[in-house]
Design a binder for this molecule. Structure first.
Ligand code: AR6
Length: 171
C-alpha cells in the first residue's frame, strides 16, 4: 500500500473514493463538505438524505458511502470527525475510527484508491499536529486487502508540511 501527500482541492481528484469531513446531519456544511456538495451536485445530497432517513444521520467516528455525483471520483465516503474540546473527550480515538471506518467501507466496496482531507482540522478545531499523527498512524496500521493507494490531500501549507515531514520520517 502506497501513501502520498498532495496539496490542493480534494474535489478535483480522479480516485475511487474521496472522503468528506461531514457532520452528523449528513446534510452538508462549509469547508471541504461544502466544496464536495457544490462540485458533486444534488445526487450526493439525495443519497445522504436517503441514508439519514434510514439510520438517522452518522455518529462521530462513523462513516457512510454514497455516489460521487458529478465528481471524477467514483464514491464519496462521508465521515464525522470529533469537535476538539481540549483533548480529554476521546477526540483522538474518535478521529482514529474516522480513518479506520472510511478504509473499511472502501475495502467493502472493492475500491483501490482513497483520498482523505485533514478531518477535524478546520471548523472542528482539532490541533493539526496531533491530527496528522493520528491520521498517519491509523492509515499505516490498517490491515489492507484491496486498497492500494491512500492520498492525504492537504488544503493548507501547515498540514502539507506536517504530512510531508512525517511521511518521510522512518518513525
Ligand atoms: N479540499 C481538501 N481539503 C479542504 C478543502 C478542499 N476543497 N476545503 C477545506 N479543506 P473542515 P472539519 C480542509 O472545516 O474541521 C463542515 O461545515 C481544511 O483546510 O472542512 O472536520 C462540516 O459540515 C481543513 O484542513 O472540516 C462540519 O460541520 C480540513 O479540510 C464541519 O465543517 C477539514 O476542515 C467539519 O469540520
Amino acid at each position: 500500500m502506497k501513501i502520498d501527500v498532495l496539496k490542493g482541492d480534494i474535489t478535483t481528484l480522479e480516485v475511487d473514493a474521496i472522503v468528506n469531513a461531514a457532520n452528523s446531519s449528513l446534510l452538508g456544511g462549509g469547508g471541504v463538505d461544502g466544496a464536495i456538495h457544490k462540485a458533486g451536485g444534488k445526487q450526493i445530497l439525495e443519497e445522504c438524505m436517503h441514508i439519514r432517513n434510514q439510520q438517522g444521520g452518522c455518529k462521530v467516528g462513523e462513516a457512510v458511502i454514497t455516489n460521487a455525483g458529478k465528481l471524477k471520483a467514483k464514491k464519496v465516503i462521508h465521515t464525522v470527525g470529533p469537535k476538539w474540546s481540549g483533548g480529554n473527550a476521546g477526540e483522538s480515538e474518535k478521529l482514529r475510527t474516522c480513518y479506520q471506518n472510511s478504509l473499511r467501507l472502501a475495502e467493502q466496496a472493492d475500491l483501490q484508491s482513497i483520498a482523505f482531507p485533514n478531518i477535524s482540522t478546520g471548523v472542528y478545531g482539532y490541533p493539526k499536529t496531533g491530527a496528522a499523527e493520528v491520521a498517519l498512524k491509523a492509515v499505516k496500521d490498517y490491515p489492507y486487502e484491496k486498497v492500494q493507494h491512500v492520498i492525504f490531500v492537504c488544503f493548507d501549507d501547515e498540514n502539507y508540511r506536517l504530512y510531508s515531514n512525517r511521511l518521510n520520517d522512518p518513525q
